[in-house]
Design a protein around this ligand. Sequence first.
Ligand code: FES
Ligand code: FES
Length: 153
Amino acid sequence: MRLSCTINGEPREVDGVWEGESLLYVLRERLGLPGSKNACEQGECGSCSVYLDGELACSCLILAGQAEGREVVTVEGLAEEGELHPVQEAFLEAGAVQCGFCTPGLIVATHDLLRRTPEPSDPEIREALAGNLCRCTGYEKILDAVRLAASRT
Ligand code: FES
Ligand code: FES
């Protein structure tokens, strides 16, 4: 089937999509957007987080066909005019990127948190990131990154 949707502000058409294919697969394997990671493919880890019509979603749980006519924004779409988004900068500066597998999903989830709650408390940060698993860390540097991003956005 053909999928037509908007990805990171650009209209895109993808031919030959199988009905059972996930949006994550289309992004990574057909559109060359590897930022969203495939870590569990079960909706458990948040590594594949994207915006679908402005709502945070796990792209591994979305059938590609469900994105028909809709707007998808991936972690690649957060950077503007070649400049990293302040949330991306904050993760780099705070040392919150370790193996980096969880990082794209954490960045999209942090972006979503800060647009809803510009000055989140620590419990609000923890709650917002509860669906994003990092296997490398005690999360302190990730929390530092979110606080740093909040102070700048
Ligand atoms: S890969 Fe989608 S939630 Fe883990
Ligand atoms: S940095 Fe490795 S899983 Fe989070």
